[in-house]
Design a protein around this ligand. Structure first.
Ligand SMILES: NC(=O)c1ccc[n+]([C@@H]2O[C@H](COP(=O)([O-])OP(=O)(O)OC[C@H]3O[C@@H](n4cnc5c(N)ncnc54)[C@H](OP(=O)(O)O)[C@@H]3O)[C@@H](O)[C@H]2O)c1
Length: 420
């Protein structure tokens, strides 16, 4: 039985993670849950899965009536829990309930947890990723911003947990030790293509992109895009921030940086290709010209499940891909002149240091402003570029330094938007 903490359990990845746990109750036990604001949904999840370690990011909710029900749940006195679960909860001992950012991070250190699923959104997830690995636990990572911002700090920690897992006999006999399991479908795909391979024989990583809802449009046609139009992704149903990032191709830029860190691959050997059907989730090209591709149904429960089941494979939670109905597969180069965020993110990654942190923070602010109809769609790339230009890049040294750069870049981005 693997015991997991899910951070961001009310979101798109979080709820799908719980669905995987529901289908594999013999393999997975949820021991901790954290959300931002949806405390009522958290309570329902805690009751269903019998979870008594809970955290709510928004401190203001501590005084709301739902907080009393959450406290009762943490004490194990919840009237809503089925009796079998209530019994099991009572045997497990005391629970905990916290409010605020620190309470969310504290959950990752739960002694009974083996794996932390980080499905928080944005750079707010960095500290949780960092502390998960520092606590020696497996990090199942959806929060790609953690690696974009803090890859230079996270990857050495992951290597240390890998070494410890090997020393403890917790790692599989062959293949990666599994301390850092990507949930992003592209990186999950590459991870699987690399299993059994010699890293020295890898020539190139091909990260596939759907192209987003505005594929084929010109820059002039993107001028009046509204949040509703940008939120309608053609192949994936995701949270608001990643949906906008997918439409601007910033998401692909973040994924290039993520791939660089996860697979220790230089940027000039990471290519992006548009694959509109999203059937190929990414590919690895080898020195002899062979290419391995990972295909599957477009359902995030597959990569989520693999991140949790590795090195085993469990029954598929979804209908398998029917190749007789797939039709044709198309490929195209991304249009980085129109979708400038991809080129900006790649440039930030190549320059390295604290620039990806500043770039990411500016993007988060510009996306939030666009969603609130306080900024324009094309303004997202312009804002990111302005903040990147203004940033004095430093070598990454600490989490505190990255948090300071993040705060500086957010203030710069807000000032840039206010000045338009
Ligand atoms: N969705 C996908 O298909 C997909 C695919 C690949 C990678 N990812 C990555 O996975 C991450 C999550 O994406 P998503 O689409 O699942 O996002 P989402 O639907 O917006 O969910 C975000 C989750 O994080 C919680 N949260 C937000 N701020 C928080 C805070 N300050 N403290 C505690 N919890 C907080 C939210 O809680 P409340 O709702 O209660 O506020 C929610 O549970 C992102 O990094 C994204 O890039 C997503």
């Amino acid at each position: 039985m693997k015991r997991i903490v899910v951070l961001g359990s009310t979101g798109s990845i979080g709820t799908q993670t719980l669905d995987v746990a529901r289908r594999h109750a013999d393999e997975l036990e949820i021991v901790g849950l954290a959300v931002g604001t949806r405390a009522g949904e958290l309570l329902a999840q805690a009751r269903e899965f019998g979870v008594r370690h809970l955290a709510v990011g928004d401190e203001r909710l501590a005084g709301e009536p739902v907080a009393d029900e959450l406290r009762a749940q943490a004490r194990g006195a919840s009237a809503g829990a089925p009796s079998s679960l209530a019994q099991a909860m009572a045997q497990r001992g005391g629970g905990s309930l916290g409010f605020g950012a620190q309470a969310v991070v504290d959950l990752v250190r739960l002694p009974e947890a083996d794996i932390v699923v980080n499905a928080l959104v944005g750079a707010a997830g960095l500290r949780a990723s960092y502390e998960t690995l520092r606590a020696g636990k497996v990090l199942a990572l959806a929060n790609k911003e953690s690696l974009v911002v803090g890859g230079d700090l996270i990857m050495p920690l992951a290597a240390a947990v890998d070494a410890q897992r090997r020393a403890d006999g917790a790692a599989p006999d062959t293949g990666p030790a599994g301390a850092l399991m990507p949930i992003d479908s592209e990186h999950g795909a590459i991870y699987q293509c690399l299993l059994g391979e010699d890293a020295r024989e890898v020539a190139r990583l091909w990260v596939t992109a759907s192209g987003g809802p505005f594929r084929g449009r010109t820059r002039a046609e993107l001028g009046g895009i509204t949040p509703a139009q940008a939120l309608a992704h053609p192949t994936w149903n995701m949270g608001a921030k990643i949906s906008i990032d997918s439409s601007t191709l910033m998401n692909k830029g973040l994924e290039v940086i993520e791939a660089h860190h996860l697979f220790a691959m230089p940027y000039d050997r990471i290519s992006v290709v548009v694959q509109p059907q999203s059937a190929i989730h990414s590919m690895v090209e080898f020195a002899d010209g062979s290419v391995k591709a990972h295909l599957g149904t477009t359902d995030m429960r597959i990569p989520i499940q693999f991140a949790l089941s590795y090195p085993a494979r469990w029954d598929a939670p979804v209908e398998p891909l029917d190749f007789t109905k797939l039709g044709s597969l198309e490929f195209a180069a991304p249009d980085t002149d129109t979708f400038r965020c991809l080129a900006l993110a790649r440039a930030a990654g190549e320059r390295g240091g604290t620039l990806p942190c500043a770039m990411n923070a500016a993007n988060e602010v510009a996306v939030a402003a666009f969603l609130a109809e306080e900024g324009t769609y094309l303004g997202i790339a312009e804002c990111v570029e302005a903040v990147m230009d203004a940033h004095d890049v430093e070598r990454v040294e600490s989490l505190e330094q990255l948090e300071a750069v993040d705060a500086w870049a957010r203030a710069e981005a807000r000032a840039w938007i206010a000045g338009r």
